[in-house]
Design a protein around this ligand. Structure first.
Ligand SMILES: *Cc1c(COP(=O)(O)O)cnc(C)c1O
Length: 436
């Protein structure tokens, strides 16, 4: 399968090259040239999530060097459970728990598949690959965990000093080994700017094979479609209904994976994009005008995105506002409503949502009774609540439990250096570091 840029300014590339490059040379995002059809019968009844991922990604990797290794890659990436759990006493309402991986957020799925793929693609004689990520929360931790200890790779994570939660900071700084963490005296935007400057820097380019592993990489997106495929077929086989998903959304990667799964022919009905106070997407669907803006900071911070990058892929798939309105709906939930939903659902169902998942739970609660009954709803649980103790403990008290995998990360020693947001400082820190 060939992949083309959304901007049409470069030739098509194969699966491996799309993964290696991340962004296309014309600044666009890679999308499949054609859409294969994967009807329910394509997937074996008893397939594991890794099997689903192998079968789903296979047509995209056809003819590529990675094709013969897919089963191994997906086994390596999907080595944790992704259960669909019902909500007691409410029919047609389930939660897809994407947060049982090493850093307890859905980003583990894509980051682990990409890391496994990149390490297969690297030859022993190649220069060391330097992954460079700016992070405001979950991405840096998932990428660090996925590349931690992989020969031939090192990871540098930049986060804004004092602007990530203590728990998030621990997940960025607890690795050591081939992972280096920097607290930047500035904002997330400063961190991102620094990463861009580093990619353009001749001295760093001469020393390292720089790579971003960021969320627009196809290698992070495609494996995410696998859990939608599996969840929708589970609903289809149990209830004879298509599944409708409510997806907590920031950069639109996770929701796009759901839209792609539907495009492939999986039994998915409605897709509801649930955003926090960053309303670029709902405003666009309402007005037809795309107006990206600076992000607003909220308690669902991994969704604080004012210019969702994957909209470029969605508009490429569905050019025209009417097509988009047909395909998805969107709703915005502010911090007060997130907090209220956490408290209500804890009291009503005994469930504790992370602030991001609570955005989706609130979106469900705002559906009319008729809409709720007309569809089988699955809310997407994007992170484990224990990652957000600072926000949630005041709302639910001591009921919040930390799973052992997360506790193991909290118990590791933390180490990081502080940087001013200047390329010269980052450069010398990267050039002089001796990482394992
Ligand atoms: C990244 C993230 C999101 C947003 O996902 P996108 O793919 O950027 O839309 C939602 N919830 C959590 C917990 C996240 O880490």
């Amino acid at each position: 399968m060939e992949f083309v840029s959304t901007r049409g300014g470069v030739g098509s590339v194969g699966f491996s090259d799309a993964l290696r490059q991340g962004l296309a040379g014309d600044g666009g995002l890679y999308v499949p040239r054609q859409w294969p059809t994967l009807p329910p019968g394509h997937f074996a009844e008893a397939a594991t999530l890794a099997d689903f991922a192998t079968q789903l990604i296979a047509p995209f990797a056809a003819g590529d060097p990675l094709a013969s290794e897919l089963a191994e890659l997906t086994n390596e990436a999907f080595d944790f459970p992704v259960p669909l759990s019902p909500i007691e006493g409410v029919s047609g309402y389930e939660i897809l728990e994407l947060f049982h991986g090493p850093t307890a957020a859905f980003k583990d799925v894509g980051a682990r598949f990409l890391a496994a793929s990149m390490s297969r693609l690297r030859r022993a004689s190649d220069p060391q690959v330097q992954i460079l990520v700016a992070t405001s929360g979950d991405t840096g931790g998932a990428v660090a965990a996925a590349f931690f200890g992989r020969a031939g790779f090192r990871v540098t994570v930049l986060f804004p000093q004092g602007l990530v939660s203590p728990t998030q900071q621990q997940q960025l700084t607890c690795w050591g080994g081939n992972v280096q963490a920097f607290a930047v005296r500035g904002t997330f935007d400063d961190c991102q700017k620094l990463v861009k400057q580093a990619f353009a820097d001749p001295q760093l380019q001469a020393r390292f094979d720089l790579s971003s592993a960021n969320s627009i990489n196809l290698g992070r997106l495609l494996p995410q479609a696998a859990y939608y495929a599996r969840a929708s077929l589970s609903v289809w086989r149990r209830f004879g209904r298509k599944a409708s998903f409510i997806v907590p959304t920031g950069n639109l990667g996770n929701a796009l994976a759901c839209i792609w799964a539907r495009q492939l022919g999986l039994p998915i009905d409605r897709i509801l994009i649930a955003v926090n106070a960053n309303q670029t997407i709902p405003d666009f669907l309402a007005s037809g005008e795309w107006r990206p803006r600076p992000s607003i900071s909220t308690i669902a911070s991994a969704m604080d995105v004012g210019n969702p990058s994957n909209m470029e892929r969605l508009r490429h798939l569905l050019p025209g506002i009417e097509m988009l309105r047909e395909a998805v709906t969107a709703v915005s939930v502010d911090d007060a409503a997130i907090r209220a939903r956490v408290v209500t659902d804890f009291r009503t169902y005994g469930r504790i949502w992370c602030p991001h998942t609570a955005v989706a739970a609130e979106a469900w609660a705002r559906l009319t009774v008729t809409e709720r009954a007309a569809h089988h709803w699955v809310i997407v649980g994007t992170a484990h609540p224990a990652k957000f103790g600072e926000v949630l403990r005041p709302l639910v008290g001591e009921a919040l439990r930390t799973p052992p995998s997360l506790q193991a990360l909290y118990d590791r020693p933390s180490s990081f250096d502080i940087l001013r947001p200047e390329l010269g400082e980052l450069r010398s820190a990267m050039l002089t570091a001796t990482l394992a």
